[in-house]
Design a protein around this ligand. Structure first.
Ligand code: G6P
Length: 469
């Protein structure tokens, strides 16, 4: 089966994490992408090509839970240069509108090319004749072109999970031509927002002069041209599984217990993010801190629970951010805590999905204040979990989710006064308005769940295949 899969997913990470138990080392990783794609991969007898998340692990392909996994080995140097370097210290800050300064190193670029080739070769070896290959995200932008050259028979999709910036920013990249050419190797190039797809099409026009029209790009080939689709396919979550968890009595009891443990404050505010400078955690803390300073909130009125899961901890910008956040939390709590009350409960951990759903149910107000975010699935998870119809979502207009979740309280997180007002509006929102907004939000997250998302994308890939036949 391995050398002849009809459907192959290629992503930086495998859908499993390696634990400590050598006899039973693999655990399914909890991410939404895994939930979305694993059933498709399993039902097609497909394969998943990715990195196992640790340095130097040379593992032969293996079966896990009905899926054929093809590990790509990364050395410590590859991790430093391709993953922490080019992916997360060049492309990540550049594509998030240079919130942090991108670093351009030629050695990192060389590692990115080298590792992308390794992924492309592994995918080419796993894919059967005329197979469909779906490549994911910014770590692998060169794979579509490399794969097309290795295997012109394949149908190739690429989905970009993060923003694609405006040309004035993108054009800083010393390797902008190669990256665009890499992406144009795909038949369907998917983005989160209409604006991202537009930015990509504009970059293609500016660099290559290709004709682009309503989501299709005329790409010249040796003998003529082909059409690449470049459109928005907003990603979502496995809505039903969040609803199911939120209905469980033990999770509802846990939600009540969380409120109790926090001392039953007037309002529980919640932030849930990877500890990343794109998420606007500092802005959120500043706003909440000032509300206490100015006595718009007093002890017992509100507690902010901030879950910040550890991420990319060897990249300097992430280390610095952690220090800044922890300093800010310490200051706010030092100024405003009492023996029985804490203003900010800061948790530098990740939690299982059950605990997250309990937290969502416990939170009166969810604060998603990203400075820039491809989509932000936390916003959708919160909405899906509110089976009780309660809760208020405060959502940054710079998160991709804002295009769909129009009934949220919208904020510009750079505007600290506006952010403070939005937090107060959310806390004080009349029950009727709260329910009306949540009803509309829930409808949207139910209609566009992750299965609908992957079906739309794969449907467009199928149309490419049929067009070729
Ligand atoms: C974002 C990216 C993903 C990435 C995830 C976690 O959501 O779009 O590609 O996997 O962050 O980051 P990590 O660097 O730990 O894989």
């Amino acid at each position: 089966m391995s050398a002849a899969a009809d459907f192959v997913v290629v992503a930086n990470r495998l859908p499993v994490d390696r634990g400590d138990d050598d006899a039973d080392p693999w655990r399914r990783s909890p991410g939404g992408l895994v939930t979305a794609l694993e059933p498709v991969v399993r039902s097609t007898g497909g394969a998943w090509v990715g990195w196992a998340g640790q340095p130097g692990l040379e593992i032969e392909p293996f079966e896990f839970d009905g899926v054929h996994l093809v590990p790509v080995a990364l050395s410590a140097e590859d991790i430093a240069q391709y993953y922490e370097g080019f992916s997360n210290d060049t492309i990540w800050p550049l594509y998030h509108d240079v919130i942090a300064a991108p670093t351009y190193h030629r050695t990192w670029w060389e590692a990115y090319v080298r590792v992308n080739r390794r992924f492309a070769e592994a995918a080419a070896a796993a894919a059967g004749d005329g197979a469909t290959v779906w490549v994911h995200d910014y770590q692998l932008q060169l794979v579509p072109r490399m794969l097309r050259e290795l295997r012109p028979d394949l149908v190739i999709g690429y989905f970009h999970h993060i923003p694609f910036p405006a040309y004035g920013i993108f054009s800083q990249l010393p390797w902008r031509t190669q990256v665009l050419d890499g992406l144009l190797g795909a038949d369907v190039i998917g983005f989160q927002r209409v604006a991202d797809a537009g930015n990509f099409a504009r970059a293609v026009r500016r660099r290559f002069g290709y004709e682009t029209r309503a989501g299709s790009i005329r790409v010249p080939t040796d003998g003529g041209h082909r059409t690449a689709v470049a459109k928005a396919y907003p990603i979502s979550i496995d809505t039903a599984s969040y609803e199911e968890l939120a209905r469980r009595p033990e999770i509802q009891a846990r939600a009540a217990e969380i409120r109790e443990e926090l001392g039953n404050p007037g309002a529980v505010l919640l932030g849930v993010d990877r500890l990343d400078y794109t998420k606007g955690i500092r802005h959120r803390l500043k706003a909440v801190g000032e509300l206490f300073d100015e006595e718009r909130l007093g002890a017992g009125d509100a507690t902010l629970v901030q879950v910040a899961s550890p991420s990319r901890e060897r990249v300097a910008a992430y280390m610095q951010l952690r220090d800044e956040i922890e300093l800010a939390v310490g200051r706010i709590n030092g100024d405003h805590d009492t023996m029985g009350f804490t203003a900010v409960r800061y948790l530098h951990h990740s939690y299982p999905r059950e605990e997250m759903v309990a937290l969502y149910l416990a939170a009166d107000v969810m604060l998603v204040t990203a400075l820039r975010d491809g989509m932000n699935l936390v916003a959708k998870e919160y909405v899906a979990s509110r089976v009780d119809g309660g809760g208020v979502l405060v959502l940054s207009e710079f998160a991709g989710a804002a295009d769909e979740l129009t009934q949220a309280v919208r904020v510009n997180p750079h505007d600290i006064e506006g952010l403070k007002d939005a937090v107060m509006t959310a806390i004080e929102m009349p029950a009727e308005e709260r329910r009306r907004r949540m009803r509309a939000l829930r409808r949207r997250v139910r209609d566009n769940d992750v299965a609908a998302w992957s079906a739309r994308f794969l449907g467009d890939l199928r149309a490419v295949r049929e067009g070729r036949a």
